[in-house]
Design a protein around this ligand. Structure first.
Ligand code: NAD
Length: 479
């Protein structure tokens, strides 16, 4: 098993560092089997400073490299990653648990990000603003914001590093990435590909360690000018406070709790098939996962029955097995969290239609779970579930369902299924989220902005907004 995985390394100023006798390290586990895949080196306190120093030292030359030349390296990175895709997708499944098909799709999206931002970096336009006197020229120009510290979670080990690395490097920034210690191998492969494509030393550094120690060190470094974090809302709030001390710019992609509204006039089959596939993707460990299902009362009983049947029939197992439709949870913390969420909902009167507990045997498997009669006070309705549990509730009218959809702190994604323009327009206005899918769950592509409102964070990744997140506006006035 281990030889199919990857050599775990940090990358500091172009130097690759593996685990060794005198170095603190931690094991990386396969959540489908409980096997150890490899040993991940931790950076020392001095190495964390070195990584930030390297990003600072590499910044002037990388900023001065033309967007055209940066694009050549980013496109070459994409080509190298495509050549290695079969292996990297396997690494991703081994360390994270999602099915190989999902890992391949995630990696394809990640690679596409390098191609897309390579080109978009060449279109970082400013603007000329008409002046109040003819001889004056006013230009607003975009410049890279500076060295960035970026942090990515374990649920999308290829996509989340790619969003930050591709956009940051295309913008002319240098970076220090702390990828998740639980799924580090995919990030190692991506940073290795960047170097193999000719990225100069120091432009993309990769470190691992105790997350709070790494972020405290990097965010205290005066040379770091930008922080981009994807992960949970409590950690995001903590990093925002640390960033405030030296007024570093932040992009925060935090937790979601996506409402799903199935109106009476929905294309029922489309809603059902989309939601079975979408809810259990990555075992529900997706920040834009459809989470709280509100179904019009005229469809409710039928939907509960059909969704329960389809959820209960999903094939669970090791993501490397081709017939498997849902892999394990990424770690045992999620298993324990799922048990707490189910117990809390049941304690408040909810009913379990299918699933409800962990699956016996090796690995961190939790059965696809559907619950009804869930109290609006239950954790399942209030907080991000991040797992394969679905609460389904009936609703009668639009005003009521929009209020329930919005009754949480999160506002990342939301989904509605309707065939009426009136309902689609009402939802566009009425559902308070950063991304609304109408008759689709596909709200994430390289070219579209991805980000939340309310406590789901601020700023966007993807699209022109994702490039601008790593740039700052300067005004040049010539008299
Ligand atoms: P967590 O809050 O401990 O960690 C989330 C991520 O942040 C991890 O990758 C971790 O390495 C990193 N992290 C933690 N503390 C940090 C710090 N002080 N500085 C820098 N990085 C830090 O939670 P967890 O147990 O890994 O996951 C649980 C919850 O996190 C889930 O319920 C979900 O709400 C949320 N989550 C959200 C996303 C997302 O894409 N929005 C991704 C992963 C997890």
């Amino acid at each position: 098993m281990a030889e199919q995985y990857t050599r775990l390394e940090m990358v500091i100023n172009g130097r690759f560092i593996t685990a060794g006798a005198n170095r603190i390290s931690e094991p990386v586990m396969n959540p489908a089997t409980g096997d150890v895949l490899g040993e991940l080196p931790h950076a020392t306190a001095q190495e964390l400073i070195e990584a930030a120093d390297a990003a600072v030292a590499a910044f002037p030359a990388w900023r001065a490299t033309s967007p055209y030349d940066r694009a050549i390296i980013l496109r070459k990175t994409a080509t190298i990653l495509r050549e290695r895709a079969d292996h990297i997708a396997q690494v991703l499944t081994l360390e994270q648990g999602k099915t190989l098909v999902e890992a391949q799709a995630e990696l394809a999206h990640a690679i596409d990000l390098f191609d897309w931002f390579a080109e978009e970096g060449r279109r970082a336009y400013g603007r000329i603003i008409p002046a109040r006197a003819l001889h004056i020229q006013q230009a607003a120009i975009l410049r890279p914001v500076g060295p960035a510290a970026v942090f990515t979670p374990w649920n999308f080990p290829a996509l989340t590093p790619a969003r930050k690395l591709a956009a940051g490097l295309a913008a002319g920034c240098t970076l220090v990435l702390k990828a998740s210690e639980e799924t580090p191998g995919t990030a190692v492969e991506i940073v290795r590909a960047l170097h193999d494509a000719g990225l100069p030393a120091g432009c993309a550094n990769l470190v691992f360690g105790v997350p709070s120690e790494v972020s405290e060190s990097l965010l205290a470094h005066p040379g770091i000018r930008k922080v981009s974090f994807t992960g949970s809302t409590p950690v995001g709030k903590h990093l925002m406070k640390l960033a405030a001390d030296s007024v570093k710019r932040t992009t925060m992609e935090l937790g979601g709790n996506a409402p799903v509204i199935i109106f009476a006039d929905a294309d029922y089959d489309l809603a059902l098939s989309s939601l079975v596939a979408g809810k259990f993707r990555n075992a529900g460990q997706v920040c834009i996962s459809p989470s709280r299902f509100f179904v019009h009362e005229s469809l409710y009983d039928r939907f509960v029955q059909d969704f329960t049947t389809r959820a209960g029939a999903l094939a669970l197992g090791n993501g490397l097995d081709r017939h498997v439709q849902m892999g394990p949870l990424a770690n045992d913390r999620r298993l324990e969290a799922m048990e707490r969420i189910v117990a809390d909902a049941e304690g408040r009167g909810a009913k379990i239609c299918t699933g409800g507990g962990r699956v016996a045997g090796k690995g961190s498997f939790f059965a696809p779970t559907v619950m009804t009669d869930v109290s609006s006070q239950a954790t399942l309705m209030c907080d991000e579930t991040f797992g394969p549990i679905v609460p389904v509730a009936p609703f009668a009218d639009n005003a009521e369902v929009f209020a329930r959809a919005n009754a949480v702190d999160a506002g990342l994604a939301g989904y509605v299924f309707t065939q009426s323009i009136a309902n689609a327009q009402a939802a566009s206005e009425g559902v308070d989220v950063g991304m609304l899918g109408i008759n689709t769950l596909a709200v994430s592509t390289p070219e579209t902005p991805f980000g939340g409102v309310k406590q789901s964070g601020h700023g966007s990744e993807g699209g022109i907004e994702g490039l601008h997140a790593f740039m700052e506006t300067r005004l040049i006035v010539q008299g």
